[in-house]
Write a protein that binds this ligand. Sequence first.
Ligand code: DOR
Ligand code: ZN
Length: 381
Amino acid sequence: MLRVSGKCYLEGRGLVEACIEFDRVIRKVRSHCVPDLTLRSDELLMPGSVDLHVHVRGLGLSYKEDVSSATSEAAYGGVTLVGDMPNTHPYLNTAEAVLEKLREMERSRIDFVVYAGVGSETKKLDAMPIAGYKVFPEDLERPELEDVLSSSKLKILHPEVPNSLQGQRTLRALWQELASLRLVRGRFHVTHCTSKETVELAHGSGFTADLTPHHLLLHESDCWDKVNPPLRDETTRRALWDSLWVAEAVVSDHAPHLPEEKRWHYDICPPGIAAISFTTPFIYSLVFRGVLSVDRAVQLLSKGPATILGLKMGEIAEGFAANFTVVRREYWRYSTAYTKASHTPLDGYPLNARVTMTFVQGKVAFDGGEVYPVRGVNAIA
Ligand code: DOR
Ligand code: ZN
């Protein structure tokens, strides 16, 4: 059992002096104790960040990013759980591929969940410890989608058409139709919304919605910020900031490619921005700058995504996972530390918050200097 005392974010109470007693799970929240570790007076013990949309890669794409590099970068950025997307090699839409992926994820330094893709083995996949399914725009045309749509697991929808098919870029009417016809069961979540209208449409259809920092901050100039769904025009980007007050989560959509791949000609270079360690310090920077309330930040980073995934995480309360992100107010310029995709268009972005410690499963996964080989667990198992 470990006891940490200092300024903590407690559900319903906000930032208060407290002592948290935990092993893998939070056992007691006290007002005083004899602590093993006392936080610095400028540090805040926050619920661990949950990033529900990450391309960890691994397997045949380990040359771009592997489980150790992705999850080390995540721990450095205060992320305590990743939701791993299925578009690796092999594609994760068979029981065999998912099993291989789950085994590989045992090397993860933070907690994780895995999503499968649309394929012909949905019935088998439904019985496996996966969080749900990722539905890409091209999947909408596939007959196998029907099984996925009737699965009771979470479905993560990619709402917009890719670069190559630009033009019709709102939430696909098909999903609204499906929802209104009640053909779909279970939970739906619309990821990386690029416009305020998409968030409104998602909510109107009874879905939850998330945003990425890059769609809030960047405009496209070259391949470094080429991404799917693509960055929008300046008016749409600015209006998306309104959605920070209503979206259920922020995600990184960490999509690593090698620096040399991003230097290929624009037309053939792969889309994706790899900045898993940016999201948490960015959102807490908004708190320190007085733009967002601390409650909203916790909702977007921890409580919202944990609720979407149905996990007992994202709150500092008895019985919840002992995953914490320690942040402090500090001016610095963003840079990555462990990912193979070391260069990102967010490099040098001025931040006012820094992650000084990350706890996973009650253990120190990052201490401000180093990342440690802590073993994360499959939160769905
Ligand atoms: O920009 C993107 N990159 N969008 C996606 O949907 C996939 C991702 C990737 O895997 O690189
Ligand atoms: Zn993605």
